[in-house]
Design a protein around this ligand. Structure first.
Ligand code: MEV
Length: 425
């Protein structure tokens, strides 16, 4: 059984951390090889992935600790350049653990493919004709991907909308709802839309213009909640109730104001994207879906909620589209992504989605707790100082020395880091 609680992980060397990880998650050194060799993606492989490749681009890969999702411990790989994110998520996962960990669910993996039908003479009539032909359209779309079909996926539904207020004459949009199982689904859905287009044209008499997946994957939602006992929230001179109320008031700000909601949701995405990237998934798709979902009422708002339960403890929830896959695409070819899937022990895309939203909620709470109490800079500065020290040319032991002095002086700037470095040398 994997344990996600590894005490003192922060103070170990890189090699010691890898050894601990292998032990805790029962991984072989081979499984972790990608993390030793810069992500394991060599330039030749990169050359097959994109055009005009000249090499690869690496990011730090850290481990989110203490996570318990649906009663199961999970060590979470997080690829991110920003300091504080991994530490913040791990700390909040520890507090959430005291309240039973994260409870998460995911809907069926249903993606939406869109077909824009223009030049239709009678939109209402064409719409009904499409519904009359639904069974044959679904059968046609279903036969397109035999592999997905074998694993239980395939075409599920057809929905027709009339779009009236647009810069061109009114047109139809046909949504193909497709169960993509453990794939992200873009390829399957785009192929299905392209293949269905001639049939849709013959039914409607119109012209099928765009045929493409929608990133507003609101049929593929992951949800998570957690409860934090008040006593876990107390620290320094702050009482648990005070921190709880501060977090709730911070959430209220995001719920009511789009300027704050954008930053609040960015904090959620700090956690979400880090796991999405570590698993080789398309983070632009997740970002697009998240923000479109946050604006679904017509007003952009918070993706998460923070309130009290009947006992007065803090309860957080998060609900958002989560179109991630565990097979295909970069997840399949990137060695570090393969290692990430193995490390988490996830068997399905839904399980991965449940972990990702848990990290998003933890990260959101980390930001709100800091903002509602001592401010974001205190915790952030000491980690940021290390990056500034490295940028100033510090290496090895010097990094900590230069960073510590800048934090003590409360001046975290590259010019000061350079001066300190000279003084120490
Ligand atoms: C910084 O990357 C993220 C935060 O701004 C999120 C927030 O304000 O909630 C700290």
């Amino acid at each position: 059984m994997t344990t996600s609680r590894i005490s003192g992980f922060y103070n170990l060397t890189l090699d010691e951390r890898r050894a601990k990880l292998a032990e805790s998650a029962a991984l072989s050194p081979d499984d972790l090889a990608a993390y030793v060799s810069n992500g394991g993606l060599n330039a030749d492989a990169a050359d097959h992935m994109i055009e005009n490749a000249i090499g690869t681009h690496a990011l730090p890969l850290g481990i989110g600790l203490n996570f318990q999702v649906n009663g199961k411990d999970v060590l979470v790989p997080m690829a991110i350049e920003e300091p504080s994110v991994v530490a913040g998520a791990s700390f909040m996962a520890k507090l959430a653990r005291a309240g039973g960990g994260f409870i998460a669910t995911a809907t069926e993996p249903l993606m939406i493919g869109q077909m824009q039908v223009i030049n239709v003479v009678n939109l209402e009539e064409a719409k009904l004709k499409l519904y009359e032909h639904k069974a044959e359209l679904l059968a046609e779309a279903d036969a397109i991907d035999p592999v997905l079909k074998k694993f239980g996926g395939g075409a599920r539904d057809i929905e027709v909308r009339i779009i009236e207020n647009s810069p061109i004459d009114a047109f139809l949009v046909v949504h193909l709802i497709y169960d993509v199982r453990d794939a992200m689904g873009a390829n399957a859905v785009n192929t299905a839309c392209e293949k269905l287009a001639p049939h849709i044209e013959s039914i409607t008499g119109g012209h099928v213009h765009l045929r493409i997946l929608s990133n507003l994957a609101d049929r593929r939602i992951a949800r998570v909640r957690c409860m934090i006992p008040n006593k876990e929230l107390a620290f320094d001179n702050y009482k648990g109730e005070e921190v709880r109320d501060g977090i709730i008031a911070a959430y209220a700000f995001a719920a009511a104001d789009p300027y704050r909601a954008a930053t609040h949701n960015k904090g959620i995405m700090n956690g979400v994207d880090a796991v999405v990237i570590a698993t080789g998934n398309d983070w632009r798709a997740i970002e697009a879906g998240a923000h479109a979902y946050a604006a679904r009422s017509g007003k952009y708002t918070s993706l998460s909620t923070w309130n009290k339960d009947k006992d007065g403890n803090l309860v957080g929830t998060l609900e958002m589209p989560m179109a991630v896959g565990t097979i295909g695409g970069a997840t399949k070819v990137h060695p570090a992504a393969q290692a990430a899937i193995k490390l988490m022990g996830v068997k399905t895309a839904s399980e991965l989605a449940e972990i990702i939203v848990s990290v998003g909620l933890a990260q959101n709470m980390a930001a709100l707790r800091a903002l509602a109490t001592e401010g974001i800079q205190r915790g952030h500065m000491s980690l940021h100082a290390r990056q500034v020290a490295i940028a100033a040319g510090a290496t090895g032991d010097m990094i900590e020395k230069v960073a510590a002095q800048m934090v003590a002086e409360k001046v975290v700037r590259i010019d000061r880091a350079e001066e300190i470095l000279k003084e120490i040398k």
